[in-house]
Design a protein around this ligand. Structure first.
Ligand SMILES: CC(C)(COP(=O)(O)OP(=O)(O)OC[C@H]1O[C@@H](n2cnc3c(N)ncnc32)[C@H](O)[C@@H]1OP(=O)(O)O)[C@@H](O)C(=O)NCCC(=O)NCCS
Length: 151
């Protein structure tokens, strides 16, 4: 996978990226996964992690799951100092390509109702809200929108 014009490189992550992915998770999520959870999840056939590299640094990551014909965007996060440069967009695009390659029909995700920036990203990529689930998030307790789009 080559670099984009903006110098962003998206590549599949491996076990050697676990520390960076875990660290970015802690910078992005109040309920971030433990390092062991990340490492264990990366090993599964159902999951694929992508990292965005900018200036030689792992600046963001995305975790996608693939079950039967449904993809799921599980997590996407970008280091605060690298935001608004198109990294999340590049990761999302790569995940959507992977969905296509694995013959997924639909992709789903869940997002906090207060997370307007992530919702703007998903709407830009034609995700539509299917409704809200009560209290699915902790720290703080919050509802989440389920969003999806066809592949
Ligand atoms: C949400 C997040 C992943 C976006 O990452 P990013 O690399 O800054 O996003 P991009 O630069 O690729 O932006 C792509 C689009 O997302 C939307 N967007 C991103 N940040 C936004 C913001 N702060 N306000 C409004 N829209 C925003 C815009 O539509 C943007 O397109 P545009 O630049 O043409 O307006 C990042 O803010 C983040 O890591 N947040 C914390 C973790 C998180 O909330 N993850 C999502 C959980 S569901």
């Amino acid at each position: 996978m080559g670099e984009t014009a903006s110098g962003i490189l998206i590549r599949q992550a491996g076990a050697e990226d676990t520390d960076s992915i875990y660290e970015i998770g802690t910078l992005c999520f109040s309920d971030a996964w433990h390092k062991d959870t990340v490492a264990h999840d990366m090993e599964g056939d159902h999951s694929e992690y992508f990292v965005a590299v900018l200036n030689g640094e792992i600046a963001g990551y995305g975790c996608f799951w693939f079950v039967v014909d449904e993809g799921q965007l599980v997590n996407i996060g970008v280091r605060p100092e690298y935001r608004r440069r198109g990294l999340a967009e590049a990761i999302l695009k790569r995940g959507l390509e992977e969905c296509k390659a694995r013959n997924m029909k639909t992709i789903f995700l869940e997002v906090r109702v207060s997370n307007r920036s992530a919702q703007a990203l998903y709407k830009k990529y034609n995700f539509r809200s299917l409704g809200a689930r009560k209290g699915v998030y902790d720290l703080p307790k919050e509802d989440g929108y389920i969003m999806s789009r066809e592949i």
